[in-house]
Design a protein around this ligand. Sequence first.
Ligand SMILES: Nc1ncnc2c1ncn2[C@@H]1O[C@H](COP(=O)(O)OP(=O)(O)OP(=O)(O)O)[C@@H](O)[C@H]1O
Length: 378
Amino acid sequence: MLKGKNVFGSIPNRMTKFEGEQYFINDIVSIKSRQKSKMYVKEGKRIGRGSFGTVTQSYLSKNNTEWSGPYAIKRVVKFPKVESLELEILQNIKHPNLVSLEFFFESQCATKDGGQLCQKNFVMEYIPQTLSSEIYQNFDNGYKLPTKHIKLYAFQILRALLTLHSMNICHGDLKPSNILIVPGTGIAKICDFGSAQRLEGNEEPKTYFCSRFYRAPELLLNLKNYTTQIDIWSLGCIIGEMIEGQPLFKGDNAKSQLDEIAKLLGRLPPEHESSVNESQELKGALHDCKFKKFMRWFPNIEFFDVEFLLKVLVYDSVKRWDAKQLMAHEFFDALRNETYFLPRSSSMPVHLPDLFSFSASEKKTLGDYYNLIIPSSD
Ligand SMILES: Nc1ncnc2c1ncn2[C@@H]1O[C@H](COP(=O)(O)OP(=O)(O)OP(=O)(O)O)[C@@H](O)[C@H]1O
């Protein structure tokens, strides 16, 4: 087992003390070289404290004089005999829209009752902004998030989901604070795979996870046969939040969360929907009715944008569009047809990030959708 030791000898109690700590790690694994080495770690300010761990801005050094970083170190408790999907994802999936892991180490800390706790430490690239701060800094200053930014971030989240979902992995906790934004570039990366699940095999699906405002109806109803489409619902809520500057559905508990959703989507179960299959006319009328409701709810967005949201915020997870279908939607034509965007608090337009240079495995997953998603060459 790898052991984290304080430079001054004793093992720090990291459950209570974080700020400004420096210590030495005997075995830190570089993800790039897969080699172990010795390093000093200097932990600075705490940038996140979630339900499962803490994240601190940190620096690394081989010699205690030259420091590299900043990095973000996420520390979580390591449970014996539990395989970490979070580590597996961070170690093995390299993707432009997933936060990248640079190093990994294990450490121990003393508990209050004199015992020892084993911890996993993920040393990730540090990205100073989140989609949450991006949304609220705009709205707090009286600005809306520009439509192009909304599309830019939504497309990249979908691109990351395309890869995770092709492996039958759901992220399970998509929300604005788990989307990191590289300042000045428009690049968005998903972080926090602590709630991720591989939805296959005989594993019992988790029943309580995902922050309430972003929980899909099937999770609020405690259904166990949910799919990776729960992340698409969360994305719909995130897009709504980017448009409105506040969470789209704000319930206090599962029931009131469903009530909030019903204000936009109508009551669940939609008894009329079963009869809709028999009548195209009725189906059309229902669509018009929903369309009008969405138009009233989001008065400042365009026709195609409403059409897009109607494909995402769907009760029935089978009818909810998947990542590749959504990436091909007209909603993203603005990204296919344009080259520049204006980052927040900048007066100079910059190139949009490279959104369409798909890897071989992404192309394979996209299949026929590939040609619909990439910008046309004429
Ligand atoms: N690489 C990073 N760079 C900068 N900030 C980060 C990074 N990774 C995580 N954070 C910030 O720290 C917060 C907490 O991290 P993370 O979500 O992984 O921990 P968690 O314990 O699962 O939190 P939660 O319960 O809130 O989901 C994130 O929401 C994000 O704002």
